[in-house]
Design a protein around this ligand. Structure first.
Ligand SMILES: [Zn+2]
Length: 383
């Protein structure tokens, strides 16, 4: 009787069990998906609103074509689970360059892609992609001035770009320090974009170029600016304004971004493995913690500084060149310049300075110690 009841109950329960099992599988899947990192990609359609960008044949505006291509790129990327798309604008509105960078920084994006169209008085055609650079020759500087001049349309540009002189390559130098660390990654994505344009679409490759563009200056992450073609070239203009052209271009850009994300994913796995290898055993960890607690704040003859960057570029140590950090020191070692900030004899204080530097965007900043003028590792110091 009892067993019959159980069997009967089991029959009744069977569908419920199935549902439960399926629910569990679904739950597990969502959990796994949630664990997968989402890469944040900022898509920045150049110009907008009162700033039309370049205007060709009196009717084709850069801002419109750029927006159409940008949105198409976004549509493709949004379909991918591991990607989150953030736009700087989705309508015909004016967004200043400072705000564009700020959107990307606040989102802690992994990549910033700005999309523009080119113009020239000659019959020039083809595509080029820019990364932030400082070896701008005079010709490139002209392009930079054109793309940068939009800041003059911004009401509070004097506040936001304090000390920025559009005519001076020197003033492009300062903020490039942060970007320099991202240069390798920026060059990778820039080449992927250009390769897709040339290999798949057979477009003229004008190359990957380095240039001091303000919109790229404002971001803390790898950033590129794509000039997707010349609106001023009749044949190319027809292609750029056509549905087919815009689809092909946006496909090329989206695929390059997806390939780039794959590279990032591979790197993350490799980095995680490295960390796993290096992870000390539990007992060792305890020891480390203990010594950290015991670190004295002041040790005689010892000073601390925060190393915010090292670079081949000699940059004036004005605070405006270092995101407002004051009292930056520059030390030359061989061909490299090191930039230090926040000299103090207090370990506690230097940690505060480190926090501040990181908040300003110098994400890889770290503390260095000097004993009687000689550099000494923190481990040695606190042994
Ligand atoms: Zn533009």
């Amino acid at each position: 009787m009892k067993s019959q009841l159980i069997i009967k109950n089991y029959r009744l329960l069977k569908p419920v069990l199935y549902v439960l099992i399926i629910c569990n599988i679904l739950l597990l899947n969502t959990k796994m998906n949630a664990q997968q990192k989402q890469y944040k990609i900022v898509l920045d359609a150049g110009h907008g609103g009162k700033d039309p960008g370049k205007v060709a044949f009196k009717k084709y505006k850069e801002k419109d074509v750029a927006l159409k291509i940008t949105k198409k790129v976004g549509e493709i990327l949004t379909k991918k689970k591991n990607i989150k798309v953030i736009y700087t604008r989705q309508k015909d509105v004016f967004v200043d360059l400072w705000e564009r960078g700020s959107i990307a920084n606040k989102a802690e994006a992994d990549l910033f892609v700005s999309i523009h169209l080119n113009a020239h008085t000659s019959a020039a055609h083809g595509t080029e992609t820019y990364v932030l650079g400082v070896n701008a020759n005079q010709k490139n500087l002209e392009v930079a001035k054109k793309e940068n001049s939009v800041i003059l349309l911004e009401e509070n540009y004097k506040e936001n770009y304090e000390g920025f002189d559009l005519d001076s390559p020197e003033s492009f130098l300062g903020l490039t320090l942060i970007q320099e660390e991202n240069l390798d990654k920026s060059l990778t994505i820039a080449s992927l974009v250009q390769n897709n344009f040339t290999d798949k679409l057979k477009r003229k490759n004008r190359g990957v170029k380095q240039l001091g563009l303000i919109v790229l200056h404002q971001t803390y992450m790898p950033s590129i600016l794509i000039e997707a073609g010349f609106l001023t070239n009749k044949k190319e203009c027809d292609y750029l304004i056509s549905e087919k052209g815009q689809n092909e271009i946006s496909n090329s850009i989206a695929n390059a971004i997806l390939d780039y994300v794959k590279i990032l994913e591979l790197n993350t796995v490799a980095e995680q493995e490295k960390v796993e290898e290096k992870k000390p055993k539990k007992e060792e960890k305890k020891e480390v913690k203990q010594t950290k607690k015991e670190r004295p704040d002041i040790i005689e003859g010892v000073i601390y500084k925060v190393q915010i960057a090292s670079s081949r570029n000699k940059i004036k140590t004005y605070s405006r060149n270092f995101k407002g950090l004051k009292g930056v020191q520059r030390v030359q070692i061989g061909k490299i310049f090191r930039y230090y900030y926040g000299e103090t004899n207090s370990y506690k204080q230097v940690n505060e300075k480190l926090k501040l530097a990181k908040n300003k965007g110098f994400k890889t900043a770290y503390i260095v110690a000097f004993k009687n003028g000689d550099k000494i590792s923190l481990d040695e110091l606190f042994e």
